[in-house]
Design a protein. Sequence first.
Length: 122
Amino acid sequence: MIYQQLRELVDARADQIRERYPRIPRRVSGYNLDSLLPEQGFDVARALAGSESTLVTILHAELRLVPKPAAQALVVLGYPDIASAADAAPARPAGSCCPRCSARTSSGPSGSSRRFSTRATG
């Protein structure tokens, strides 16, 4: 029922949503009406997620949990520039994280800075 009502809302107001809705790069709360536009894929989950239960309340959810890994590891790789890091990205295992870091130093346990000394080899 909510799916149909949202579809009707977008059909009636799509032009107004495009014209008036602010362009906010990172949205974690609020009514994400632009997520319902056809060019955004009519993403109902994204549109409702930030509404903090003012548009919808989830009464039942089913989850597929996965076992916690037996061990975890952290590997820090240093590259001379972002282009070198991007070139090495295809060699990373599937599912590994690749956050963007702007600083070349890390704060150690004592609070002192030290340079990353590990370098990737290709």
